[in-house]
Design a protein around this ligand. Structure first.
Ligand code: FES
Length: 132
């Protein structure tokens, strides 16, 4: 089962699959919603739900406080639709920007390099790079 989510102020409607977050579906549709941590911790992806119901998932109670949930806000990186939705996000439209939809690829790890003591760089070789 999937739900339709209309994103304002763009007026675009996307399909969100069962158990898929609003952020994931938007990015896969080529719509850039602001985000950072993608784990319900930073609140960068906070949006307004104008119509419909969401499951808040793993949203932290610090990033999305109870009063904000009562005001129909949610974190797009955690929120899973429970009905068709209308949401409103702060989207800065740059006419020169090029938003590429997120896609899945088969890859091989070609190199792993320690960039800092806590960060590793991972280089991937895409199996079918011609289609990109
Ligand atoms: S991107 Fe950080 S809370 Fe959603």
């Amino acid at each position: 089962m999937s739900f339709e989510v209309t994103i304002e102020p763009l007026g675009q409607t996307i399909e969100v699959e069962e158990e898929q977050t609003i952020l994931d579906a938007a990015l896969r549709a080529g719509i850039y919603l602001p985000h950072a941590c993608c784990h319900g911790l930073c609140a960068t992806c906070k949006i307004d739900v104008l119509d419909g119901e969401v499951d808040h998932g793993e949203a932290s109670s610090f990033a999305l406080m109870d009063f904000e949930r009562d005001e129909n806000k949610c974190l797009a990186c955690c929120a899973i639709p429970e009905s068709d939705l209308v949401i409103e996000a702060e989207i800065e439209e740059d006419p020169d920007s090029r938003n590429l939809p997120v896609q899945d690829y088969q890859c091989t790890v070609s190199r792993i390099e320690e960039l800092t003591p806590t960060i590793k760089g991972i280089w991937l070789k895409i199996a079918d790079a011609d289609g990109i």
